[in-house]
Design a protein around this ligand. Sequence first.
Ligand SMILES: Nc1ncnc2c1ncn2[C@@H]1O[C@H](COP(=O)(O)OP(=O)(O)OP(=O)(O)O)[C@@H](O)[C@H]1O
Length: 776
Amino acid sequence: MSSAATDDRHDEIDHEQQYVSVLYDRLDDLRERAAQRLSEALLQTGGTPQERSQRDSTIGLYTDRVASLGAVENGLCFGRLDLDDGGNRYIGRIGIFADTEDAEPLLVDWRAPASRAFYLATAASPQGVRRRRHIRSSGRTVTALDDEVLDLAAAAATPPHHEGLTSEAALFAAMDAGRTGRMRDIVQTIQAEQDRIIRADLGGVMVVQGGPGTGKTAVALHRAAYLLYTYRQELSTRAVLVVGPNATFLKYISQVLPSLAETGVVLRTVGGLFPGVTATGTEPDATAVVKGRAAMVDVLAAAVRDRQRVPDTALEVDFDGEPLRLDRAVCEDARAEARRSGKPHNLARELFDVEVIHALSVQVAERIGTDPYADDPLGGDDAPGDPQLLDEADLAEVRRELSTDPNVQTALDWLWPVLTPQRLLSDLYSSDERLASAASTLTDAERALLRRDRGAPWTPADAPLLDEAAELLGEDDRDAELMAERRRRQRLAYAEGALEILHGSRSIDLEDEIDPEILSASDVLGALELGERHEETARLTAAERAAADRRWAFGHVIVDEAQELSPMAWRLLMRRCPSRSMTVVGDVAQTGDPAGTSSWDAVLDPYVARRWKLTELTVNYRTPAEIMDLAGQVLKSIDPELQPPRSVRHTGHAPQLSEVDRAELAERLAEVVRREAAALGDGTLGVLVPSGRVAELGAVVAAAVPQGGNGQAELTEAVTVLSVREAKGLEFDSVVIADPGGIVAESPRGHSDLYVALTRPTQRLTVLHHGDLAHW
Ligand SMILES: Nc1ncnc2c1ncn2[C@@H]1O[C@H](COP(=O)(O)OP(=O)(O)OP(=O)(O)O)[C@@H](O)[C@H]1O
C-alpha cells in the first residue's frame, strides 16, 4: 500500500474510532441509568399488592437490561453499510438511539430488518448497498477495517475466492483465529445460507441438517437470539429452550447468547430437564438404549397399573376396634371406577377412596343399624335392626371418620399408593418381580439391564422416563416448597450476577472514570437484604421459572446434536413444546449414541408427520480441506451416499498418520502432545481417546505437559483429554487421536464416532494408530 493510501486508511480508522467512542459513551450512559433504576426499585418497600407486583416487574425489566447492556462490551459495533442514496448505517450487537428528541438510530441491532443487507448483499444483488465495511476492534479501540465494494466492475477486478461466501476477509480471519474453551458468536460474519435459517419464521418444526463444522450450533444460538428479538412479545413470557448433548457442551456454548445480549434462554441437557433430579449417574450404553426405546411407554404404564392392587381374597381393616372387610370384588370395582375416570394415577386416587370408603361405610352403617342396643352397655349383639336408623348426615359423619382413620388410610395406601415418579421408577428397577410383570414385553437380558439397586444415582436416560412417569402419575406438589426456595436463591444470584456483569465488563482503563453512582447499585444488592425484601413477591424471569417447572410450555425449543436423542427423549421434548415451534439441528452421519437416530423422518413423523421443513448447511467453516479429505473417506464407510461438507479453508498442514506399537502408544502420545502443545500458542489441544482409556491416557498427557489433564467438564485447560462422546460439538486448534481402532471397536456406531473425532480440529490433526487404518 502506498503511503498516501496508508494515511487514508489511518484517517478512516480515526473516523470510525470517533463514531465508535460515541457509541460506547452512550452505552455507559444507558448502563448507568439502568443500574440506577434497578437500585431505586430495590430500595422501595411495602405498598399494596398491586404496587409490589409493579415494582417486581420493574426489577425484572431492569435486571435484564443491566445484564444485556453489560454483555455487549466486546465488538459492540462491527459493521457499516454505505447505501446508494448516500446515507450509511452502523450495525452492532444491540440497537442504540441518540439521547435526543428524535431518538435518531446510532447503531442498528444485527437482527433488525435494516441490518439484513449486511449479511446478504452481494455484487450481483447489492440490495441498495454500495459498500460493506467490517470494523474490527480490540476492547474499545478500532484496529482494522475490511471493505467490500458491491458493484460488478469491482467484483470482476477482485473476484471472491469462494462461491457463495460474503465478507471473505473477516470470515477467514474468524475461521483462522485460535480457539479458547468457549464458543464465540459469529454475528459479524453470518453467511447467507446461515442467515436464511436464523431468520426463518417462528412457527413449525425446522430441521437443520449439516455436516461437521457447518455452523449448526452457531446458527441455532443466533436463531434463538433472533427469535427473542423479533417475537419478543410471544417469547418473553414463555422463554426459549436450547437442548445440548452434555454438560461440557453446554459450558462450551454458554457465552454465546449473553454476548448477543440475550438472557431469556434456558440451556439444558435432556438429563437436566426433569426438575429436581440431577442425572449424574453413568450406565452401559446397552442400558441407555433400552431405556430410550418407545417400548418403555408401555412398560411404565404397566408399572403404574401394577401399583393399583387388589387383595387375593379380602383385606381386613380394624376400625374403632371392629374389623371391617374389603372383599376383592369391592376393590376391583373401586379400581375399575377410578381407572375409568382416565385421570392420572395420583389424581384418580380420590375417586378410588370415595368408592372404598363408601363400601366401608355401608358395613359400618349395617353394623350400627343391626344392633338397636349398640349404645346400651347392657345390650346384646343378637337383635336384627334397621339400617335406616342412620340418616344421610350420620352416614356423612361415618365416611368422614373412615377417611381420617389411620388404619383405613394404610389400607388405601396399600391398594392405591400415591407415588412420585422417582419412587415408581426406583421401585421398578430394584425388583425382579415388578420388572417381570411390567416389562414382560422385554427379553430377560433387557430386563437385567434395567435392574439396579435402590438409591443408585439417576442417569441421563432416566430423565425422560421420570417425565413419562410424572405424566402417568399426575403432579405431586409435595416438593413445591423446596422448589420455591430454590427459585428464591436463583433469583438472588441472577440479580446480583446482572450487576456483576455490568461492572466486570467495563474495560479496565475506564475503571477510574466510572461514575460512583453505578456502583451504588451493588451496595443495595446485599443478598440477604434483597432476599428478605422480595421474598414472597419477587419476580422471576420466564427462563428461570421455565427451568424449574416440569409442565412449562416453552415458546420455542432448539435441539442441538438432535441425532443423539432417543425416542423417549423426543417424547419429553415434545411435551415441553406443545406449539411444535422447534428448530432441530444435527447431522445423522454423526450419530454416536446407539439410542440415537439415522433418519429425521423416523424421529419427527410421529409428532408432525410431513409437516416439518428440511434445510441444509453445506460449507464447513471449521475443518481444513486437508483433514476433511481424510474424514470424507470414513464418511463413505458409514454410507457411500453421504457427501462431506465443502471445506473452504486450506492450511497447508496435511494430517499426520503414525503407526505405533500398542506397547509404545503412551510414550509416543506423550511426545506428540509435548510437540503440539509447544506449537499451540494461545490455542487449544484436544486428545481424543477410546472412552475406556480416558483415565489411563489422561494420566499420560497430564504427566507430559503442565497445562494438560482431563478437566473435561470445564474446558479451561489448554490441553484436554476426552472420549469422542464428550467431544461432540466441540473443536480444538490441534487434535490428537490416540487408538482410533479402539474408538471404532468400542461403539456400535464406531465409524460415526471416528468421523466426529476427525472433524474436531480447526488447524492440525495427528493420528496414532496400530496399523488398522485399512479397516476404516
Ligand atoms: N459464519 C461464520 N463465521 C465465522 N465462523 C463461523 C461461521 N459459521 C461457523 N463458524 C465457526 O465454525 C465452527 C463450527 O461451527 P459449529 O460448531 O456451529 O458447527 P456444527 O455444524 O455445529 O459442527 P458439529 O456438527 O461438528 O458440531 C465454529 O468455530 C464456528 O464459530
